[in-house]
Design a protein around this ligand. Sequence first.
Ligand code: PLP
Length: 417
Amino acid sequence: MVGDGATQRVLLLAAGGGAAVLAYRLLIAGQSRPSAPSLALQHLTDLLALLYRAVSGGSGGGASDGGASSLLRVGEGLVDLIGNTPLIRIRSLSEETGCEILAKAEFLNPGGSVKDRVALQVIQEAVAEGRLRPGGLVTEGTVGSTGVSLAMCAAAFGCRAFIAMPDDAAIEKAQMLEALGAEVQRLRPVSITHPDHFVNVARRRAAAAEDGNSLFADQFETPANFRAHLKTGEEILRQTGGRLHAFVSGAGTGGTIAGVSAALKQRRPEVQVFLVDPPGSSLYNKVTRGVMYTREEAEGKRLRHPFDTITEGIGINRLTANFSRAKVDGAFKGSDREAVEMAQYLLRNEGLFVGSSAAMNCVGAVKVARALGSGHTIVTVLCDGGHRHLSKFHSPAYLAESGLTPEAAGRGLGFVE
Ligand SMILES: Cc1ncc(COP(=O)(O)O)c(C=O)c1O
């Protein structure tokens, strides 16, 4: 039971009032959208479950919880702010495509990105298994988002963070990490097979800790990443009432698409999962042809700079353990121009200020909508906000230098090829 009798009555009233208000708002919305009444019923079911948990003392627990009970109790600090993000309908994209385009608002996590989920899961599992204790060091090689999440989560568990990153990633990412108290090392980009690749530097740093109280987060390979996103997938199932036709996402480590696809297909095997892949990445070829290289490369004309995109965090030229777990039905390519135009589109039409991978995911959602035809529900992820991308993706000067100054206007989606 939660609290004393008076507290329980307040909780009941709060939950009941919330249910009534939400039901009313959803039924009003239902008059203009045919799919809303069924969604309203699903939300009512969720709220009744919430009410039940409030009075029966059901436990909460951040990303591991169904989410609803966290509205009614005092959370356990940072940990309870992670996950359970809202799923929002992107009205302009939905109306223009004739599909319901829904997106997980991952930029609302306390660290500002989807990577909070991974950092929390990796550290929680290590602490639970005795591999990490307060005072320990958490290390990672990352372009930044995971670093921010790890720096915050490490602090929440009484630990420190060391982050190695390539020196061509947006500078504000390194500045943010240092402000969060992490030790940062910026390194010249080299191949993953080189000992000075940022991932290898981070791995060695953890191994060098003499007291053994250290953890290499290893987001590309650790199954904790996948497990973190099984929860993301479960949230999507709950939030849509299982009524979705497709999920689309880019992949960096592959944790998101792997965990979400596994969770969705376990309960709804007919849901289709699509990858959207930026320029220079090999995953499109992996999904569509089963190999990591293009036809041109297979003929020996490997590009000198095979990996070159403005999108940060997605696209990769090796097969990670996490991507290997993904159950993907098809793939689309997305260009830098499409991502830049989409970011401006979302700002102009929705007031949504998103980062490059989130914009690319929305490009993917439009491509999936066109491929499936109208009337489908497509879910994607808004991985982070635009604030982390002010020096590149959201810099008019940088975009002009790169020949990517956005040109589209209004609500049309003609810029998506
Ligand atoms: C901002 C951002 N978006 C998307 C991704 C890709 O997600 P995943 O690693 O789960 O494939 C990353 C990964 O680093 C990221 O930093």
